[in-house]
Design a protein around this ligand. Structure first.
Ligand code: SF4
Length: 348
């Protein structure tokens, strides 16, 4: 078998026009809106970021800030209607996925990018064994026989540390615990050797010990396979050990970008600072927990100017004027969408 065919048998067909030196994924000025009876909800308002092979980018923010919608837009699984991509580009290795044919988009999303969802039970089919569901992926996308597909399914369950994989491959999803089901979901997402994995709140439904195991598993697999990993979460504790960089989102915009260490050591945006202050500390007994007062804005009526201004303790009149603050460069690798980032950091 010619090498190209071997590569294609494992990784799927190559995508014409891709540039191996281009970023693995580049999202540029992405805009998504939901057209609802209550009005147009502007869920994503000009989001840009890049992820490269071997790198973990965490996208962090409260529920409704647009982080999962960003992932759905990348994966092409937005519910349309009511959701519409109204602007921007989603580039895989330099190729704008949104401009390619339906079949090419399917090829990219099936073979190069995979996603782990937060609710493994509703993502797996309850009436088929996990072995059957995994084998089907190999049969459909790699042309394998059912028995070869099942052998690969056992290897994958082994890879994600499911004990007695040879027996468990014949079990149904409901026969696995929550943590084990999430491992099965990770196995399914890795089946077609994706270059990029998007994990959307992969540990939300799990207890703390299992959370740590799943995060360690994802980090190990990402390192071994040199994948790009986008980790979507509302939990600052989850990302501290595994992310390289963090993008903080608020009301459909990225408000801070920084390497993980800098975010924790010296946040540059009041929202990030408030999120950090709201993490309970075991060394401060008897103290009141800090909360961020107010609620995220209704996306059909985003405030003019800085959308965080109604909740921000640094807010001044200029913050309420259009346009919203751009992402100011703070230092190489760090940017903040705040007019007063110097005060927030204590640099002045
Ligand atoms: Fe707060 Fe103003 Fe900065 Fe917005 S621009 S985060 S309102 S200080």
């Amino acid at each position: 078998m010619a090498p190209t065919t071997e590569v294609q048998a494992r990784f799927g067909p190559s995508i014409p026009g891709t540039d191996p030196s281009a970023p693995l994924l580049a999202v540029e000025e992405l805009r998504v809106e939901f057209r609802t009876r209550a009005g147009i909800a502007k869920a994503i308002n000009g989001v840009s970021f890049e992820v490269n092979s071997g790198e973990t980018l965490a996208i962090l923010g409260e529920s409704g800030c647009g982080k999962s919608v960003t992932a759905q837009a990348i994966m092409g699984i937005l519910d349309t209607p009511p959701g519409f991509i109204t602007g921007g580009q989603i580039k895989y290795r330099g190729v704008d996925v949104l401009k390619r044919s339906k079949e090419e988009r399917r090829q990219i999303r099936a073979n190069k990018i995979a996603m782990v969802f937060q609710d493994a039970l509703s993502s797996l089919n309850p009436v088929f064994t996990v072995g059957f569901q995994l084998a089907e992926l190999f049969r459909k996308h790699r042309g394998m026989t059912r028995s070869d597909g099942k052998k690969r399914a056992i290897e994958l369950l082994d890879l994600v540390n499911i004990p007695a994989a040879r027996q468990r491959v014949n079990d149904f999803p409901h026969q696995f615990s929550g943590g084990m089901r999430q491992r099965v979901m990770i196995a399914m997402s890795l089946a077609l050797d994706p270059e990029l994995l998007i994990a959307d709140e992969p540990t939300t439904a799990l207890d703390v010990t299992v959370q740590a195991q799943i995060m360690n598993l994802l980090a190990d697999l990402q390192r071994e396979r040199n994948m790009g990993l986008i980790l979507i979460t509302h939990d600052m504790g989850v990302v501290a050990d595994v992310a390289d960089r963090i993008n903080v989102m608020y009301a459909g915009r990225i408000v801070e970008k920084a390497p993980v260490f800098d975010i924790y050591a010296k946040p540059s945006h009041p929202y990030t600072k408030a999120l950090l202050e709201s993490i309970p500390r075991v060394d401060l007994k008897g103290q009141q927990l800090n909360v961020i007062k107010g609620l995220p804005p209704n996306l059909t009526q985003i405030p003019v100017g800085c959308s965080f201004s109604p909740r921000c303790r640094y807010a001044q009149d200029v913050c309420k004027a259009d346009p919203p603050p751009p992402l100011y460069p703070v230092q190489p690798g760090i940017s903040s969408a705040c007019h007063f980032w110097k005060e927030v950091r204590g640099d002045e």
